[in-house]
Design a protein around this ligand. Structure first.
Ligand code: M6R
Length: 365
């Protein structure tokens, strides 16, 4: 049921604090150490892994991009992320020392399942991150990490994505502990930081009216851009997909530094540019990119971590996010982008839960 909400999507956006909590808490023992009982990879097997492939479609692919960053940073293993429909026909260079992580909310996406089969044929170890117990991807993989997000009904994925990010953070920490690439105190601290994301998401939800007001200013726009750097670029891709699939507004995500290599030609008077600014060491660069588009007439909306210097001077509107460590900010920055997509869609009277031309799970090629 919609639990009193008008649409499944809004209900599922609101399910996120508990989806995050469940995905994490169910795997913490009494000492707050991560226990992944469904993952049978032994320490010895893990040590043999020389590279990781993450394969998925759509929103799950965007979660994989953040996953790459977390695994490389914490566990020091090289990771390649690929779109499942590309991977399966690319004759990927994988062998017995490869771990393939297949990410799929439904566990029934045809291309992701085909990628699992292809990787197994080549001798890789396959781990699934999925939300559906007993789904095809779960059954055919060697190991499974279930995201405990609960059923996701709306076509636009929301809580499955945040739960997938939590899954990746936990996997990365777990791998790092096995490989001894993280100090014990740092590990403990990161687990605590992840726990604190639940109240932070609640705080963002409590300020949803601000996002609705901004949505009202976007209804006439023909197209929009999301910009970000580093992890914020990954979040920009997910934000753009969300906005386009339910509002039908043409939206593109760009790595902010790439703008002046072509795309800035599209910036004209009044065009909405949404800038995601949560990464401390990249904030200053983002501010200058925002100034560049602003100077060409863009209507600049920032989704920014609290306390970013000069943000209120360069942005026309600012949606502020509570502070968390940079690595975990994608969990927070996605929430306003989901709300924004939801409001633009519903204010346009679109069928937000069942957008045109789309199916919840794509079981054909
Ligand atoms: O069930 P899956 O996670 O395998 O689905 C993958 C994509 O089809 C899905 O994320 C799609 O991109 C969503 N509609 C995005 O909101």
């Amino acid at each position: 049921s919609k639990n009193g909400f008008d649409h499944f999507m809004m209900k599922e956006i609101y399910d996120q604090p508990s989806a995050i909590h469940e995905t994490l808490a169910r795997r913490l023992d009494s000492n707050k150490m991560i226990q992944l009982d469904d993952i049978k990879l032994s320490k010895q097997e893990f040590e043999q892994i020389q590279k990781v492939y993450i394969v998925a479609c759509g929103t799950a692919y965007h979660a994989g991009l953040v996953g790459k960053y977390a695994i490389e940073k914490l566990a020091h293993v090289p990771v390649t992320v690929d779109i499942a429909s590309e991977f399966r026909y690319s004759d990927p260079f994988i062998d017995g020392n490869t771990l393939l992580i297949a990410v799929s909310q439904s566990g029934e996406t045809a291309d992701t399942l085909a990628a699992v089969r292809e990787a197994k044929r080549k001798g890789a170890r396959v781990l699934a991150i999925t939300n559906v117990v007993g789904s095809s991807v779960a059954r055919e993989s060697h190991d499974v990490f279930y995201t405990w997000a609960g059923p996701e009904i709306a076509v636009a994925s929301t809580k499955a994505y945040t739960a997938q990010l939590i899954a990746f953070y936990m996997l990365a920490l777990h791998f790092a502990r096995i490989k001894d690439t993280i100090a014990y105190n740092d590990y403990r601290e990161k687990v605590e930081q992840i726990e604190k994301l639940t109240p932070a998401v609640e705080e963002i939800l409590s300020r949803k009216e601000t996002v609705k007001e901004i949505a009202q200013t976007l209804l006439e726009a023909k197209s929009a851009f999301y910009l970000g750097r580093g992890l914020d670029y990954m979040s920009a891709m997910e934000a753009a997909l969300k906005l386009k699939e339910i509002s039908y507004m043409h939206t593109e995500a760009f790595a902010a530094g790439e703008l002046k290599h072509g795309t800035i030609a599209l910036i004209e008077e009044g065009i909405p540019v949404l800038a995601i600014v949560t990464q401390d060491r990249l904030a200053e660069k983002m501010i200058s990119n925002m100034k560049e588009v602003k100077a060409r007439g863009a209507y600049v909306i920032a989704i920014a971590k609290e306390g970013i210097e000069h943000i209120h001077e360069v942005a026309d509107k600012v949606i502020e996010l509570p502070k968390a460590p940079d690595l975990f900010m994608p969990i927070l920055s996605v929430v306003p982008s989901q709300l924004l997509a939801y409001y633009v869609s519903t204010l346009k009277n679109n069928d937000v839960d069942k957008p045109r031309n789309l199916a919840k799970s794509v079981t054909v090629e």
